[in-house]
Design a protein around this ligand. Structure first.
Ligand code: ADP
Length: 168
């Protein structure tokens, strides 16, 4: 049985993430979507909210599960017999960072990384862009799954009524 992991902040999960997860689920027997807890990154959604949204988005994929992790990704991989890390590559600008991460993860614990080319339609898409557009009340309905859109609209309403700034 071959297992892959798709790690990320998923703040929130977007159609671009989902596309990579779906394609990985066709290539591997099992796929774990790992919501990484990174205390240095200010987030819009709590870890529990990000997990719940990711679970809702992958519920049609029977071989995909969602988990969270606050340690080193390679330790999760070793503890859970993961064969490969799958990351999406949107543009050349992603490449330097992803190559460095892939090489350090290989060096640290011998874990391989597969870099999957993003669908051109999603190559501009990032969670931070989605947060930014939503913050100003823009339409992100073509960028995120329906369940995420509902929660983004709620956050925007909450933040405007509280006078705070979405995504900051
Ligand atoms: P982001 O970079 O959007 O803030 P994450 O840190 O959650 O998101 O990213 C996790 C992984 O998902 C990374 O490998 C990233 O390259 C990939 N990814 C993010 N957005 C896309 C996209 N639109 N298409 C393909 N892969 C993506």
């Amino acid at each position: 049985m071959k297992k892959a992991i798709c790690p990320g902040s998923f703040d929130p999960i977007t159609n671009g993430h989902l596309d990579v997860i779906e394609r990985a689920s066709h290539l591997f027997d099992k796929v774990v979507v790992a919501v990484l807890v990174n205390s240095s990154k200010g987030s819009l959604f709590t870890v529990d909210e990000r997990i719940a949204l990711a679970k809702d988005c992958v519920k049609h994929l029977s071989n995909v599960k969602v988990d969270s992790w606050s340690g080193l990704l390679v330790d999760y991989c070793r503890e859970n017999d993961i064969d490969a890390i799958v990351k999406g590559l949107r543009a050349v600008s992603d490449f330097d960072y992803e190559l460095q991460m892939a090489q350090i993860n290989l060096q640290l614990k011998g874990v391989d990384t597969l870099l999957m080319a993003a669908k051109p339609a999603y190559s501009f898409l990032s969670s931070s862009l989605v947060r930014e557009i939503a913050r100003y009340g823009g339409d992100v309905s073509s960028l995120v799954p329906a369940g995420v859109l509902i929660e983004l609209v709620k956050k925007a309403k909450d933040s405007s009524s509280a006078g705070s700034q979405l995504g900051r």
